[in-house]
Design a protein. Structure first.
Length: 448
């Protein structure tokens, strides 16, 4: 039996379980993850090369999602609406979709699967997971843990190994009810039309080109810390990493001095060492892309601070700061590496317009203690991103809020809030409990 047929078969058995029963098995999955948290975190650090505390945080994110899904299992609510017809009840019912295809990236090798799996499973679906080739060991370990919890439903999680061809295969398969993909904008633009051609459903969480704004009223110490983590954390390899920074001209020089000092103090090295703050890049190719971008900036006579390779085994680099007076072409594209472009601004509305000028729309932030500035940033005239933060950086979302972005970021939402609805189909049901058959909108169709 093929992988897809196995998934279809197990979903037919899983969906008939009462939702709270499904939630209980997910709760047990969370408990199993708690007992093996260190083991999974080490596997994440080994393959994704992120520092160990981030690996642990990623596993905790799935544990939190299990808790969320367990509670959700008793809250898959549909609305009941008043009918215009006498003796009629009008309501909506949410039903499982079927098989969910899930493509994940290397930088969050288990958390994004956890978002998708917990919600998909509690809603009554099965999942076929295609992990990044960089982190297949993480996928094997996660499936092993699920199988130990629910051996009778081991096929609820099936893994499709491989590269781009495997992702395309999932996108093409008409038995995949929902195609959920996390990765670059280019990947999404390649796969989304394939799913759309068969009128399938997409859930896309794609690239970010995230910006921050530092206002004169900001707490400078807080802002420097927030910017440093957002730009250099995970070696700049988060979709929410800070790429562009707009600093008010009145505080620019002092802020840049403090920011450079903060970058200089970063501990770069072995990601298993708890003193380390920045680990290596995922590959030589990532380093080459970073250097090509920095070289292009140097050719424009821009000031480049940092970016050098560190002489040790692995792809270790110093996070870079590029100062520019204009929103240059290089700032329109996301480079998956620790490069932070910084420029001055005079008027807050101009800074917001520059922030919104790129094609991506995932995460954004502002540091200010001025109520009017923060409210403008959060208003319809403000950030056009799916995530807008005040006095925290662009990275570090909680599972309670729906995660995702607008424009080229794909428009999808994963994790908390009401994102569970993406994993279900809505049925509008009308029940006539009377003896007459009145029609809606006053239409008459009497027997002659």
């Amino acid at each position: 039996m093929s992988v897809i047929d196995k998934s279809v078969s197990i979903q037919a058995k899983w969906r008939v379980l009462p939702a709270p029963v499904r939630g209980e098995l997910i709760r047990q999955f969370g408990e199993a993850l708690r007992s093996r948290k260190d083991e999974v975190a080490k596997q994440v650090t080994l393959e994704a090369k992120k520092i160990i505390s981030e690996g642990e945080g990623e596993v905790q994110e799935i544990i939190d999602m299990c808790d969320f899904a367990t509670g959700l299992s008793r809250q898959l609510y549909g609305l009941t609406m008043p009918s215009e017809r006498p003796d009629h009840r009008l309501q909506e019912i949410w039903q499982p979709l079927g098989v969910v295809g899930c493509v994940t990236a290397f930088n969050f090798p288990v958390a994004v699967f956890g978002w998708n799996f917990c919600l998909a499973a509690v809603c009554g679906n099965s999942i076929i997971w295609k992990p990044s080739p960089h982190t297949e060991g993480c996928a094997k370990l996660m499936k092993e843990i699920w199988d130990s919890v629910a051996p009778e439903f081991s096929d609820l999680v099936l893994i499709e190994y491989g590269g781009n061809d495997a992702a395309v295969s999932l996108a093409k398969n008409e038995k995949i009810a929902l195609f959920s993909a996390t990765g670059s904008c280019e990947m999404g633009k390649a796969l989304a039309p394939i799913v759309a051609q068969r009128l399938g459903r997409n859930l896309l969480e794609l690239g970010g080109n995230n910006a921050g704004i530092i206002c004169p009223s900001a707490d400078m110490k807080l802002a420097v810390k927030g910017v440093t983590f957002s730009a250099a954390g995970t070696t700049g390899q988060r979709c929410t990493s800070l790429r562009r920074l707009f600093v008010h001209e009145d505080i620019y020089d002092n802020f840049l001095t403090d920011l450079k000092s903060s970058f200089d103090s970063l501990v770069i090295g072995d990601p298993f060492d708890r003193k380390t703050q920045v680990g290596p890049l995922i590959s030589e190719n990532s380093f080459e892309q970073m250097q090509a971008k920095l070289e292009a900036c140097k050719q424009k006579s821009l000031s480049v601070y940092g970016g050098e390779r560190i002489d040790r085994e692995g792809v270790f680099v110093k996070p870079a700061i590029v100062e520019t007076n204009d929103h240059i072409e290089e700032m329109n594209e996301e480079t998956f590496a620790p490069i932070l472009y910084v420029m001055k601004y005079t008027n807050l509305k101009d800074a917001i317009a520059l922030q919104n000028s790129v094609k991506q729309g995932l995460s954004s932030c502002i540091f200010t203690n001025d109520f009017r500035e923060s409210e403008l940033f959060l208003s319809s005239e403000g950030s056009d991103c799916g995530i807008a933060n005040v006095n925290i950086g662009t990275s570090g979302a909680e599972i309670g809020g729906a995660f995702g972005g607008e424009k080229d970021t794909g428009g999808g939402r994963e994790s908390g809030s009401d994102s569970w609805k993406a994993y279900m189909r809505r049925v509008t049901a009308t029940v006539n409990f009377g003896s007459e058959l009145p029609l809606a909108q006053g239409v008459e169709f009497d027997e002659k």
